[in-house]
Design a protein around this ligand. Structure first.
Ligand SMILES: Nc1ncnc2c1ncn2[C@@H]1O[C@H](COP(=O)(O)OP(=O)(O)O)[C@@H](O)[C@H]1O
Ligand SMILES: [Mg+2]
Length: 242
C-alpha cells in the first residue's frame, strides 16, 4: 500500500452525490491528515451523513474522487472499503436485534476481516474500548440508547479501522456520558486512529477536534479552528438562518 509523504490519509476531491436532481453533496473537497480528529458540522440536511455514506461506500457518488492512503477507492463496495481500513457509525444505531452484544461485534469482526485469526482479539479489543465487557451476553435490544451507540462504535472498531467516521454520537447524551465518549475518541486518536466526527454540539467538538469543517447545502463553507468558525460571517449566517 502506498502512503502519502505528507501524511494525508483521506483526500476527497469534488465529491458529488445526487438524489434525483438534488445535490446532497455539491463538490466537497477535503483532506484529512493521519492521526487527526476533524469535526464536521452544519445545519440539518447539509450533507454530513451523505458524506459519510459515500466515503464508506454505502452510496455510490455521482462525481469526484475518494483517495485513501493514496489509493483511489471511489465507489468500490463498502465491505472492501471496510477491509481497507475505513469504518463508520450510524446516526441511528442499527444493532442486530436478537443477537447479544458480543455476537453483534463478532459479525462486524468477521465482516471486516482480512485475517480471520485476529477476530477474537478484535472482539475483545472492541468490547474493552467501549466498556461493555460486562454486557457481552446481553441482547442488543436490552441496552439503553447510549449503550446502543457504544455498541455501534464497538462494531466499527471490531474491523480495526484506520479512519473512523462517527455520525452524531453525542446527541441526547448526559454531560457525564459526553465526557466518557470524548475520552474514548481521544483514546482512539492516541492509538493512531484518524477520526471524522459529525456533530452539532460545538462544546463536544471543542473537547476533541483539531479542526472543524462546516458544511452548508452540500458544500464546505469553512475549515479551521473551532473558535475561528464562530467569528466567520458565512458560518454565523448559516447557523443563525439569516
Ligand atoms: N437516501 C436519500 N434519498 C433522498 N434524499 C436523501 C437521502 N439521503 C439524504 N437525502 C437528502 O440529502 C440531504 C442531506 O442529507 P444528510 O446528508 O442526511 O444531511 P445531514 O446529515 O447533514 O443532516 C437532505 O436534504 C436529505 O433529505
Ligand atoms: Mg445526519
Amino acid at each position: 500500500m502506498s502512503h502519502n509523504r505528507n501524511g494525508v490519509i483521506l483526500k476527497v476531491e469534488g465529491l458529488v452525490k445526487k438524489f434525483g436532481n438534488f445535490r446532497a453533496l455539491d463538490g466537497v473537497s477535503l483532506e484529512v491528515e493521519e492521526g487527526k480528529i476533524i469535526g464536521l458540522a452544519g445545519p440539518n440536511g447539509s450533507g454530513k451523513t451523505t458524506f459519510i455514506n459515500v466515503v464508506s461506500g454505502v452510496y455510490k457518488s455521482n462525481g469526484g474522487r475518494v483517495i485513501f492512503n493514496g489509493e483511489d477507492i471511489t465507489n468500490i463496495d463498502s465491505y472492501k472499503i471496510v477491509r481497507k481500513g475505513i469504518n463508520r457509525t450510524f446516526q441511528i444505531p442499527k444493532p442486530l436485534l436478537g443477537l447479544t452484544v458480543e455476537e453483534n461485534i463478532r459479525v462486524a469482526a468477521v465482516y471486516g476481516a482480512k485475517d480471520k485469526r485476529k477476530v477474537k482479539e478484535r472482539i475483545e479489543y472492541s468490547l474493552s474500548t467501549i466498556g461493555l465487557e460486562g454486557f457481552r451476553f446481553k441482547k442488543a435490544e436490552s441496552l439503553t440508547s447510549t449503550q446502543q451507540k457504544l455498541l455501534g462504535l464497538g462494531r466499527a472498531l471490531a474491523t480495526n479501522p484506520k479512519l473512523l467516521l462517527v455520525d452524531e454520537i453525542a446527541a441526547g447524551l448526559t454531560q457525564k456520558e459526553l465526557k466518557m465518549i470524548a475520552n474514548m475518541l481521544l483514546g482512539l486518536k492516541e492509538k493512531g486512529v484518524t477520526l471524522i466526527v459529525v456533530e452539532h454540539l460545538m462544546g463536544f467538538l471543542d473537547m476533541i477536534t483539531d479542526e472543524v469543517v462546516i458544511m452548508n447545502a452540500g458544500k464546505e463553507i469553512f475549515r479551521g479552528l473551532i473558535r475561528e468558525a464562530s467569528n466567520n460571517e458565512e458560518v454565523i449566517r448559516v447557523f443563525l438562518g439569516g
